[in-house]
Design a protein around this ligand. Sequence first.
Ligand code: SAM
Length: 296
Amino acid sequence: MGRTSKDKRDVYYRLAKENGWRARSAFKLLQLDEEFQLFQGVTRAVDLCAAPGSWSQVLSQKIGGQGSGHVVAVDLQAMAPLPGVLQIQGDITQLSTAKEIIQHFEGSPADLVVCDGAPDVTGLHDVDEYMQAQLLLAALNIATHVLKPGGCFVAKIFRGRDVTLLYSQLRVFFSSVLCAKPRSSRNSSIEAFAVCQGYDPPEGFMPDLTKPLLDHSYDPDFNQLDGPTRVIVPFVTCGDLSSYDSDRSYPLDLEDGSEYKYTPPTQPPISPPYQEACTLKKKGQLAKEPRSLRWL
Ligand SMILES: C[S@@+](CC[C@H](N)C(=O)[O-])C[C@H]1O[C@@H](n2cnc3c(N)ncnc32)[C@H](O)[C@@H]1O
């Protein structure tokens, strides 16, 4: 693929580079904010699953007076430093990482917790949905320790078969739960964002990191919840209709007549998991899939 073909095929990828964002995901958070005013009055925020860091860039620029807010960013991967962002490298499903995050908010809770976490997708839909749900629940577990009453939680969600169960869990803790699809998120993707506002845990609820909210009791039959336990949340699309459509290809010279100039990525990944495979491929040492396994 040529250097420019991805710019043509993915307008948000191109705009991210031109606007200095580390990833196209920045537009998802910006469009969610346009719809829900997520950053209003926010001075302290947590960005879970943050690498390469475009959501942290947005948060550090938008919260607090003139970007004076306090942002804690967490990811499995190393992330290049960002001014005003405290970084923790760790797995959000691990107790040790959760404890490290929580200690930064003791005595001064967060107004906003966001999680754009995505597992390495396997292509086996049930497995991918399960892993995504576990990430969301790990994030929710952390949120119950750090969020102030009335605070907001935004997390990537896969609109799969068992999503109703997740909505039910979220509705236990928040007065409002919506499912939002920003225009910069492709229609072809089952990704959406749960926007949960008004943190209001049930009376007597004691956050407990050692008891995950769901984990081993995850049972597909829960999706058959009916009566008052079945939660159907509103679905909202966000991002102005005049903004670019992420499922379309655009010419390199965008409408305003300005001439296209290639922009390199704002922050190349530090040590991506695929790095070893790329090095082996360059040397012609990458093992080839056995013919017989190809269609498994
Ligand atoms: C779509 S990317 C996040 C993009 C980010 N919001 C941005 O704007 O740059 C998903 C991230 O989730 C992280 N991730 C997946 N599982 C994780 C886990 N268990 N703990 C921490 N991070 C995790 C991955 O390392 C990856 O960087």
